[in-house]
Write a protein that binds this ligand. Sequence first.
Ligand SMILES: [Zn+2]
Ligand SMILES: [Zn+2]
Length: 349
Amino acid sequence: MTWEERWHPLREEWVIVAAHRQGRPWSGETVAASKERIPSHEPTCYLCPRNKRISGVVNPDFSGVFVFDNDHPCVAEDAPEVASDSSLYLSRPATGIARVICFSPRHNTTLAELPDSDVDNVLAEFQDQYRDLGERPDIAHVLMFENKGEAVGVSNPHPHGQIYATNFVFKTIETEARVSRTYWEEHRRALFADILTEELSDGRRIVYENDSAVVFLPYFVRYAYEAYVAPKATHRSIADLSDKERRDLATALKHVLVKFDNLWQMPFPYVMPFHQAPTDGTDNGAFHFHIEFHPPFRKPNLLKYLAGPEIGGGNFLSDTAPEEKAEELRALPDTHYKETDRMGHGGHG
Ligand SMILES: [Zn+2]
Ligand SMILES: [Zn+2]
């Protein structure tokens, strides 16, 4: 059983790994998966094709990926002017662009259930979005992510992601960009590329690998199933990937999504950010684009609560060792359980 502190080089902080506490008694709340049947088109859903949104705009009858400006943006080009006369309590307009990206017209599917080619189409749209928004002079960073599941506050099951193009660089990215730059100055190598080298030579935390992409649970993970999906080559953003690299990444992403759902035979909840270089003009040649998963569950329907160490102190206490969790994921079937159900139990291995 692992009981130690591990250094998180991308965040510059210690993670306490206390996997020996995993079996401690629990009498708290568990979160049950919804068993209700979901239709493929839901008349009240603002993301389904042909439906009217709150803004009055009617969605087109789209067949693939569909992107629109968020009707309830947290940042916008017409954010109100603000004034502050304090030198300490600063404020400024929440300028930026917030968009929603529908992964599919089907209300009752998920990224994990889409064919690889559709996942690749989603990634291609993210490439276009990064190029379009990142080029704009007033945009310092393009944050792309998917929040999935009621456990992370998403009540609408329609598969979708979000894009926040902001006038500042989000804190985690700012740290990753800074440590990547410093590491490059000291070693003339990309920090994340060195992490990949470590992981690939060790092998225990690798979940999946193909020609140009890899899925792994880093040595320093904070969450039980915190998988990283990354191209092997160092690229600043998804936009810099070749078509072949993007397809390999889609295959890798789909692979781990299927594993996640197969874990407990339920749609696996997560926060999935794309970590990409800032577009604020700083030197980010050593920034290595990757996708991270931050899943809130540590056991079936059992939330990892952020409490004293995490919220109170700012460092994570992890109850699991990534070596065990990677092994657990590797052992799961490669076919989505719903697909296996459709083909009939038993017939297919
Ligand atoms: Zn819908
Ligand atoms: Zn990252």
